[in-house]
Design a protein. Structure first.
Length: 283
């Protein structure tokens, strides 16, 4: 019996921790196969958690752009302050939403987002660190640290960033929660020659993450075909990620490039199910 438990633990460890370069999808008679319902649920959880976190960052970046390029915007909320004079770095910017700050699109926010910049964002090597203090959006509490590091430009002049997320957690009003860590590379593939025009921006995202659910179960995901996010579309328009739990792997395909809200979950046996993607704004 001890030997049997050891085999199971080994397979569990191998299924949860893998890299984009070398992945295993071994299964065993000791492992319960994922049902299409559970695979769909896990995929939807990833999509919702990502969309919620990205929405918070998008909001922070909008406010950050304003204060870095001029005085704080008018209005009752949020209150934006910085600890350095204009153009001086490093600088810490605090975006305080108070207790009940409603955005133009109707989202209710409270708490603070704090951003520390080591230099101007487009400077090679510059870092941007974003943290949250009692931050809640539409009753979902958001925690964690996200760090962006500017990698400079490649031979084609395309800028890229390393994006690391640690201690991330979203807690829903009913007590459900998801926590995760992630390492991604974000490459700007279009719009980098027109920095003042955002409508033509496009980004490719690669990397992986590991997730822990409230019940303690874990799963991991790795992007096997870059996720493409266009500024003009609120959803990811293409790309593929693999989702693994207990050595069982399914794929989530975001589409063929069309701007629509649907993705497809594919099981190991080839069966599929369509899911709705959450809107994901990207700066």
């Amino acid at each position: 019996m001890k030997k049997l438990k050891l085999v199971f633990a080994t397979l569990l460890f191998a299924g949860l921790f893998f890299t984009a370069c070398k992945k295993t999808a071994e299964t065993s008679v000791l492992e319960e196969p994922l049902s299409i319902e559970e695979a769909t649920s896990i995929s939807e959880e990833i999509v919702e958690a990502e969309a919620t976190f990205e929405e918070a960052e998008f909001t922070a970046n909008e406010e950050l752009d304003v204060i870095l390029n001029g005085p704080p915007p008018p209005g009752d909320c949020p209150t934006i302050t910085k600890d350095q004079a204009q153009g001086v770095f490093p600088v810490t910017v605090t975006i305080d939403f108070g207790d009940n700050c409603v955005s133009p699109n109707g989202k209710t926010r409270s708490g603070k987002i704090i951003i520390t910049l080591s230099a101007k964002p487009m400077t090679p090597g510059a870092t941007k660190i974003m943290t949250f203090e009692d931050f809640v959006v539409d009753e979902k509490a958001i925690e964690g640290v996200r760090t962006w590091t500017n990698n400079g430009k490649d031979a084609q002049g395309r800028p890229s960033w390393t994006r690391t997320t640690t201690g991330a957690k979203i807690t829903w009003p009913n007590g459900d929660m998801k926590s995760w860590g992630a390492d991604h590379t974000v490459l700007q593939t279009a719009g980098f020659t027109t920095p003042l025009l955002k409508i033509d921006n496009e980004f490719e995202i690669t990397g992986s993450r590991s997730v822990v659910r409230k019940d303690g179960s874990t799963f991991a995901s790795v992007i096997t075909a870059p996720l493409l996010k266009k500024h003009i579309c609120p959803w990811i328009v293409s790309g593929v990620r693999e989702v693994t739990r207990n050595g069982n792997t399914v794929t989530l395909d975001y589409g063929n490039g069309d701007c629509d809200k649907f993705g497809t979950v594919t099981m190991p046996d080839g069966s599929t199910k369509q899911i709705k993607l959450k809107k994901w704004r990207h700066h």
